[in-house]
Design a protein around this ligand. Sequence first.
Ligand SMILES: Nc1nc2c(c(=O)[nH]1)N[C@H]1C(S)=C(S)[C@@H](COP(=O)(O)O)O[C@H]1N2
Ligand SMILES: [Mo]
Length: 556
Amino acid sequence: MFTNFDENERAVHFPDDRRLYIGLKPSSIFIIIILFLATVGVAWIQYLVTGLPADPSLSLPPTSEAAVKGFPWWIITSHWVNFFLLVILIRAGLSILMDHPRLYWNDGCKPGSEWVKFTPVKVPKDKLWTAKDDARYISPILGLPGYRHTVGTARGWHFIHIPFFVINGLIFVILLFTSDQWQRLVPSSWQIFPDAWSVFVHYATFHLPIEPDGFYYFNALQQLSYFGVVFILAPLAILTGLCMSPAIENRFHWLPKLFGNRQGARSVHFLVMLSYVFFIIIHVTMVIISGFVRNMNHITQGTDNVNDLTGVYIGSAIILFTIAFSFYAYWVSWKRPRWVQRGEAFINGNLWKLTIDRLKPSKYFKKEDISPFFWPNGKLPVSDEWKKLVENNFSDYKLKVGGLVENPVELSLADMKKIGKEQNITMHHCIQGWSGIAEWGGLPLKAIVDLVKPLPSVTTVVFYSFGEGLYGGVYYDTHTLDNCLKPGSILAWEMNYQPLPEVYGAPLRLRIENQLGYKMVKWIERIEFVDSHKVVGKGYGGKNEDDEYFDLIAST
Ligand SMILES: Nc1nc2c(c(=O)[nH]1)N[C@H]1C(S)=C(S)[C@@H](COP(=O)(O)O)O[C@H]1N2
Ligand SMILES: [Mo]
């Protein structure tokens, strides 16, 4: 629908192999079984041995004594806004996930070391299998925008809505504590835990507990779940999201450590999403079976009316609006993808420009941290020029540096080695989700800048590759001069203390540590200093920015 892919796009977005697959490691399956037995299993044992526990809702005071009565407009509003945002965040998140459909607890992302994978593919060892080859198809019914390798637009949708998710949550929490409504959510005694367990035993053994009128009280399990969604899941989602940013990871290396490592944070981000989905399914089921009409009036009109269908109509209208918006978002994704790209640049570009874009990467990793595996990405150059250079082991290679500079130069690898060398062990963050730690050795970009002396109008540096982009045409990317001068920004000819292998970008590749992987041009042919990224290519700042709607600045 709406999508008329040409042959190239079809091969990328709508491949023949569209199988959906969920592969859990035996140890992951084991943990799920243990979790199930420790909850539902134990509940059944308790029920069979000692019978049903007393229902704690029986001891609630009469509603006339309830501390909190009803739902004010701001709970109603933030609830539905949150619903709308979660639908978009989850659907876009699924599209992002499928671009690297493997989750790990280790930073190296070696195939086979994942705890769950959403691809039936076993990475072939006898041929080059890039991270882009590994991306999977997802139906646009589930993912936004769906199909295969749509990570640029998917990130657009995800990131545009994050500030609203955060603001909505903050307003909710502030109003919660400046009113008496916090008493609804925040447990006031440890008794909540045994009580919630008793309620759980009822549900798990298919005995519906007494349903307190939610207008006044929640039952213990309900209160604990809502508390968890607001005060545990949402902060975890935000924190694990931040951990994945290259600019943040490079400055605050301790942050991802809270979750083991960056892939741990990514896995927890996924588990948070799963918990939200699980919560929504149970929440909606309970809303329906525990007095649908009345519940809908609570959360739409703020009334406790049992007979008035208005609440059902309002709720249905909001859900229909969300579905309609999803169709619209799908249309925009395929017909007006630049809107999403520009929207994201407007909201996030500006948000980060003054904050995390300024952070300077700090040294952290040690030799022992170097990953045993490093996903390759991109297409090896096919040009005769590059192949000839390979034949002579790059002894004829001359890096051309020009543009708006006082002193254009051409440098051989030997020339550069004479100027200087810096070595860094850093983590690479691909936009697709994988990471890897490696040592990189090469010439600091600062030395090149000092040598060529850019004119005062220069803001941007363009790196052109011998290789091509996904849809053909020269691969290139741009960086702000600022980022080129940050610690760790080098032209690398060495990887893990060896000459840079062909696959990883020989003779020369870029490392700019506070940015995502696609900005690290491999197989560099020449460098140009310019006064705007708009004068190059289609003007969006790089090959992926032009063709795949990636961000101009990639700090997140
Ligand atoms: N010339 C060129 N450089 C490129 C790419 C590419 O396709 N062509 N892919 C980029 C992407 S998306 C990533 S993640 C990194 C991958 O680097 P690696 O192969 O060393 O892992 O290279 C970047 N540099
Ligand atoms: Mo990437």
